[in-house]
Design a protein around this ligand. Structure first.
Ligand SMILES: [Zn+2]
Length: 254
């Protein structure tokens, strides 16, 4: 097994550990960029907690990305057939239905690892009237440093291509407003996407977002949260010592 596949495999299992409460059964998926043209993604029907390396499949980016601009919009059967044809090894299992948004984010956001999970504390907020507020505001410094000054927010969309289109629209708007890619994407009534340069970074972002969700809900029960001001958030995310700390943690071993 190559180093990248090993890293993605252990990362996927770590995210699936039951005590983290990030996913159950077949929920969630992960991916890692191999090079400019290809990436690994969790295969459909795999459980993150128990996945074996054979449950991760190598796929070409270009034919999957082409699905996003195909006219007319391909049917679900056509999407599956094209995703299947994009596999490097035709004998490998089929990629997750969310292969399109992974290809999109790896191609457009300049990141190497993606973690998509459904953590209970985050999904609870995303199923509430305060979902967009949670995405747009920050409550404490480490949340802003790890999860970004805000999250890209995606209104509810059907899984597969409609969701990938909604993510593309939200992420492009975020990038033109902020001048950089988001570190977290929050999908209404659905879950979290964490974007990292390393597997460790994507895991760190996921766990900090889970903590932020717990803090938000607890503070709401106490009449809050009292958020950091936008000025305070912008200041903390640009501090060189905070960026240094964050990048050191992204490189550290578990
Ligand atoms: Zn999901």
């Amino acid at each position: 097994m190559n180093d990248l596949l090993h890293e993605l495999w252990t990362f996927t299992r770590t995210l699936g550990e039951p005590e983290r409460d990030c996913v159950i059964i077949g929920e969630g998926n992960t991916s890692a960029r191999i090079d400019a043209d290809t990436f690994y993604i969790k295969a459909s029907g795999q459980q993150m907690a128990a996945i074996e390396p054979g449950g991760l499949v190598a796929v070409r980016i270009a034919p999957v990305l082409a699905l996003l601009d195909a006219e007319p919009v391909p049917s679900m059967d056509e999407q599956k057939a094209r995703a299947k044809a994009a596999k490097l090894d035709p004998g490998a299992p089929d990629p997750s239905i969310e292969v399109t948004f992974h290809a999109l984010l790896l191609a457009e956001c300049g990141v190497k690892f993606i973690a998509h999970t459904h953590p209970t504390p985050i999904v609870s907020i995303l199923c509430s009237p305060r979902a967009e507020e949670f995405a747009n505001r920050r409550s404490f410094p480490d949340e802003a440093v790890l999860c970004g000054p805000r999250s890209a927010f995606v209104p509810y969309a059907d899984p597969g291509l409609p969701l990938a289109h909604a993510i593309r629209e939200s992420v492009r708007a975020y990038m033109s407003a902020e001048g950089e890619a988001p570190r977290t994407i929050l999908m209404q009534n659905h879950g979290l996407i964490a974007l990292g340069q390393t597997a460790r970074e994507a895991l760190n972002i996921t766990m900090m977002a889970v903590k932020a969700a717990r803090v938000f809900t607890s503070a709401a029960a106490l009449g809050g949260p009292v958020f950091l001001s936008d000025e305070e958030v912008r200041h903390i995310v640009r501090r060189p010592d905070e960026i240094y700390r964050r990048d050191q943690f992204a490189r550290s071993e578990s």
